[in-house]
Design a protein around this ligand. Structure first.
Ligand SMILES: C[S@@+](CC[C@H](N)C(=O)[O-])C[C@H]1O[C@@H](n2cnc3c(N)ncnc32)[C@H](O)[C@@H]1O
Length: 270
């Protein structure tokens, strides 16, 4: 912990987690910390979120944001274990590409896709950086719970716009910023963090560290607009069936009934 670090709130699921401190953001330190976490821990603690799910309580099967992807060129940002690429491969996408900062996640994705008899071009790099992805090439760029790891939201959205053909679609999901402010326990919701606080923090999870910031919804909307995207649809609603499937007295499902825990944006390049 550096001298400026101060303890603060971080919320995962329904509860506050210990071991969170505010930090200064240095891009290269964040790359190093976060790639080490994903290389060593993967999704073992946080759990993978992959298509058809956009988050715990939102699914593509209900939302139908992609439509028919057959013959389409797809790029995933932060592909993790490769299961979302598999989803599109099985729906006859023409080309599958992905970028991820973690060598281990890329390796897992490569092995998974090979076992599914699918091929993909997988690139190990931070989403923020130039990494040889072709320009004006893709019909869809998408990201399932990975965009928020960027150290440069506007720069990343501009890069994503450059990868898309004109009228190409960019779809992403991330934790809803309101969810990151509220703790739920025994039917009581408590506002624990300032919604407007976008300061960077480091959190210790399962013996590993991750560094990130909780951005406001307007920060996402304004960065999309600056990068030349038009928002076609935004999903905040939790799916009743998915909440019910968690069973009774599940704090996270009870929280999701009261406020959005995930948001999904479907946008189009102008
Ligand atoms: C929560 S996972 C999401 C991936 C997949 N949907 C899943 O749940 O397994 C986040 C992924 O983003 C990757 N990631 C984190 N920071 C990144 C960055 N700056 N550039 C590219 N990928 C990044 C991680 O390596 C990890 O595979």
């Amino acid at each position: 912990m550096d001298e400026k670090s101060v303890y603060r709130t971080n919320i995962i699921g329904a509860r506050e987690v210990e071991g969170t401190v505010t930090v200064d953001m240095d891009k290269n330190t964040v790359y190093k910390t976060n790639s080490f976490y994903w290389n060593t821990k993967g999704s073992d603690f946080l759990g993978a979120i992959v298509l058809p799910f956009y988050g715990a309580f939102v699914s593509e099967e209900k939302c139908q944001l992609f439509g028919d992807v057959s013959g389409k060129k797809m790029l995933e940002i932060g592909c993790g274990n490769g299961q979302s690429l598999q989803y599109h491969g099985e729906r006859k996408a023409k080309e599958l590409w992905a970028v991820d900062i973690s060598e281990q996640q890329i390796e897992k994705a490569a092995q998974h896709l090979k076992a599914c008899d699918l091929s993909a071009k997988l690139i190990c790099a931070p989403m923020e950086e130039e990494c040889g992805i072709p320009l004006d090439y893709f019909d869809f760029v998408y990201s399932i719970y990975a965009i928020g790891w960027t150290t440069d939201l506007e720069g990343t959205f501009c890069r994503i716009a450059s990868y898309l053909k004109k009228d190409g679609v960019f779809i992403f999901s991330w934790s809803h910023p309101i969810h990151k402010c509220v703790v739920a326990e025994h039917d009581i919701l408590t506002f624990k963090k300032c919604y407007f606080d976008e300061s960077w923090y480091s959190v210790t999870l399962d013996g590993g560290a991750l560094t990130l910031s909780d951005r406001k919804l307007s920060t996402y909307v304004n960065a999309l607009a600056k990068a030349g995207f038009v928002i076609e649809e935004m999903i905040e609603q939790s799916d009743e069936d998915l909440m019910e499937s968690m069973g009774e007295n599940n704090d996270f499902a009870e929280k999701a009934k009261m406020l959005p825990v995930t948001f999904v944006m479907k946008t189009r390049k102008r």
